[in-house]
Write a protein that binds this ligand. Structure first.
Ligand code: RTP
Length: 152
């Protein structure tokens, strides 16, 4: 069974500041490429406070909210637009790296929740919302592989 184009979702992956500072950008992007997702947008960005607050607005009432904003704005981040929300969450692993399975990004590369190296949208709706928040029009590339549409 092969998926149709209407089933294609958009998700939003962020390599967080600790991931960038630890030199894990290539490793993390490589895992998404090897899985078979299509990369449609990529940028290196120093996240302003207002944008971080908008991105994490659903967590505003949480006790860790201000540390989370400090963390995300502490250095450059890499944003990536790829396909398939649920599968990306599996590749990333549980929020707490202690509970993340070996083989996942957090299971292999992170130690604590407050430094869990990567973010992925938790629903197709949030994939669209977050992509629109971080990428301007014209910054995403729509492309088709030359031989056959293996990636979609
Ligand atoms: P993300 O949004 O970053 O992909 O993470 P998530 O869905 O796996 O987890 P979420 O509950 O949305 O939390 C967002 C980020 O906040 C930090 N966090 N700290 N108890 C804590 O100190 C705590 N809980 C969450 C993590 O960086 C988490 O990824």
């Amino acid at each position: 069974l092969v998926a149709s184009l209407e089933q294609v979702e958009q998700t939003y992956i962020m390599v967080k500041p600790d991931g960038v500072q630890r030199g894990l950008v290539g490793e993390i992007i490589s895992r998404f490429e090897r899985k078979g997702f299509k990369l449609t947008g990529l940028k290196l960005f120093q996240c302003p406070k207002e944008l971080a607050e908008e991105h994490y607005k659903d967590l505003k009432t949480k006790s860790f909210y201000s540390t989370l904003i400090d963390y995300i704005t502490s250095g450059p981040v890499v944003w990536e637009g790829v396909g398939v929300v649920a599968s990306a969450r599996k590749l990333i692993g549980s929020t707490n790296p202690l509970q993340a399975e070996p083989g996942t990004i957090r299971g292999d590369l992170a130690v604590q929740t407050g430094r869990n190296v990567v973010h992925g949208s938790d629903s197709p709706e949030n994939g669209k919302r977050e992509t629109a928040l971080w990428f301007k029009e014209g910054e995403l590339c729509e492309w088709t592989p030359a031989q056959a549409p293996w990636l979609m």
